[in-house]
Design a protein around this ligand. Structure first.
Ligand code: NOJ
Length: 495
């Protein structure tokens, strides 16, 4: 199990050591007690959304079709309520209302994403840029600036232009330049108003959940996809560095998602499996982007489970590529929601997939509070543990880019469970800062408002603000948690 820094090295031979140890032991653990410290003055607070989940206007003003438009229109059977993001929160027409909500909360930052097909309908910049789409984001950025709210912008949040025919994009390396051209356009058009850029949101989800289901080569394509995304990220990072950073003075990072993974038992195999889970999920991206290559554990395990006559299904970086990708994170964005118990799975047999390479089983502690999603339990200490792991492993500043509580819609505005979630998770952020000295520099809630939750459609709600999806005007109302988050931002304390 991962040990907190505060539990390390008590000096039992000295009186001072005994005294300090007594204080450490007397201090109640984890989040039963809410941390009373203030957030550091330079700590940033924000709220997050993404384009497809809120904008609507799916085919307005020259926007091209995106993969999610396509999926939801051609066959929506995989969507819980058969819905789409055609209108979603209608944010394309409600910029002023969205900004008023952000202003009311008092956030320092708004994290939103650009819909690639809104500004480049065919995905390929050389085939045309859509001016009305560009104007939409320019207006949004200008209005944010006027309200003194800074911008964190995600370049790619799951919504590929359909014209790029996923999964060819990210499987065929020749397509990488299309991403880099699009990112360059975003820097050129919007960069003077953006302080934090995110190249990819949760690429691990793009390359596994989606690809492993639809590709003809699961267990191979997922690794190729990641390999290309890592190269796209690195090329974009250096392009920003050489052509934009001096003028725009922004930071470039990636957003990785992970639960905290606690070993299900003290059995060495389970401890190993929990570590493997973090390396396969986070290390798959962060190791190359920080150290220049995949984690050794991944290389060994995938080689072991590849037929002897084939080369490993995990592609290799050349030396030149290693120096291109190494050191390309100004910050790590962390999307974190829950925790699981991990144990080692029995031998996977002959058939190879990413899941089988990973080889773990997940369970949950029955004492943990359940939510309306089967993978989502409320385990506040998990956030502190994953922050510690990231900090110790990578030593790169961390921004929590998503964290928030899910409900299936009821109770409607009295979201006390959400308030409890924020309070206990944020308390663990303070513990990580003040007790463990983790370099975590910001926190963004998911989400500013209820929105279209991918395959859950409108059945699952993460918003601080309620959105009435039955009304054509998509009215927004503050839930109780709005007042709570506002107070935290104002006082910079939890109690
Ligand atoms: C991660 C994704 O980035 C976001 O799009 C999604 O809605 C939330 N997690 C909640 O599942």
């Amino acid at each position: 199990m991962y040990a907190f820094k505060k539990f390390k090295c008590p000096d039992y031979n000295s009186n001072l050591g005994l005294f300090l140890s007594a204080i450490i032991l007397l201090k109640p653990s984890f989040a039963d007690n809410i941390n009373g410290e203030s957030f550091p003055s330079n700590f940033i607070f924000g709220a997050s959304t993404s384009a497809y989940q809120i904008e609507g206007a799916w085919n307005e003003d020259g926007k091209g079709e995106g993969v999610w438009d396509h999926i939801t229109h051609v066959s929506n059977i995989s969507i819980a309520d058969r819905s789409s993001g055609d209108v979603a929160c209608d944010s394309y027409h409600k910029v002023d209302e969205d900004i008023a909500m952000l202003k009311h909360l008092g956030v320092d930052y708004y994290r939103f994403s650009i819909a690639w097909s809104r500004i480049v309908p065919n995905g390929n910049v050389s085939q045309g840029v859509n001016l009305p789409g560009v104007m939409y984001y320019l207006r949004l950025l200008e209005k944010l600036e006027r309200e003194n709210i800074s911008a964190m912008v995600t370049i790619f949040h799951y919504d590929l232009p359909q014209a790029l025919s996923f999964p060819t994009m990210f499987i065929d390396e020749n397509y990488n330049s299309l991403y880099v051209d699009y990112a360059r356009l975003a820097f050129l058009l919007f960069g003077n108003k953006v302080k934090y850029w995110i190249t990819f949101n949760e690429p691990q989800g793009v390359c596994t959940s989606f690809l492993e289901k639809y590709s003809t080569k699961p267990g191979t394509d997922s690794y190729t996809c990641t390999h290309n995304i890592i190269k796209c990220h690195a090329m974009t990072y250096w392009m920003y560095d050489s052509d934009f950073r001096d003028d725009q003075k922004g930071q470039v990072g990636i957003v990785l998602n992970t639960n905290w993974d606690e070993p299900a038992s003290q059995d060495a195999k389970d401890i190993e499996a929990a570590k493997r889970k973090l390396l396969f999920e986070v290390g798959w991206y962060a190791h190359p982007l920080v150290f220049g290559d995949y984690p050794d554990e991944m290389k060994t395990r995938i080689r072991l489970y590849t037929f002897p006559w084939e080369s490993s299904r995990l592609p290799k970086f050349t030396d030149e590529e290693k120096s291109l990708i190494k050191g390309t994170l100004d910050f790590i964005g962390l999307n974190h929601y829950s925790t699981s118990l991990v144990s080692d799975a029995p031998d996977p047999g002959l058939f190879r997939t990413y899941e089988k390479d990973l080889g773990i089983l997940k369970t949950y502690d029955p004492s943990w509070e359940k939510t309306s999603l089967d993978w989502f339990y409320v385990v506040p200490f998990g956030l502190r543990k994953i922050l510690n792991w990231l900090d110790e492993t990578y030593k790169v500043p961390i921004i929590i880019t998503e964290n928030g509580y899910v409900e299936d819609g009821s109770p409607f505005l009295d979201d006390d469970r959400r308030i409890n979630y924020y309070q206990t998770y944020l308390s663990n952020v303070l513990d990580a800062i003040y007790i463990d000295h983790v370099n975590v520099i910001g926190y963004f809630t998911w989400s500013l408002m209820d929105n279209w939750e991918w395959t859950s459609g409108y059945t699952q709600k993460f918003g601080l603000y309620y959105v009435n999806f039955s009304s054509p005007t998509r009215d927004r109302l503050p839930k109780k948690s709005v007042a709570y988050y506002k107070k935290v931002l104002k006082t910079r304390r939890l109690v």
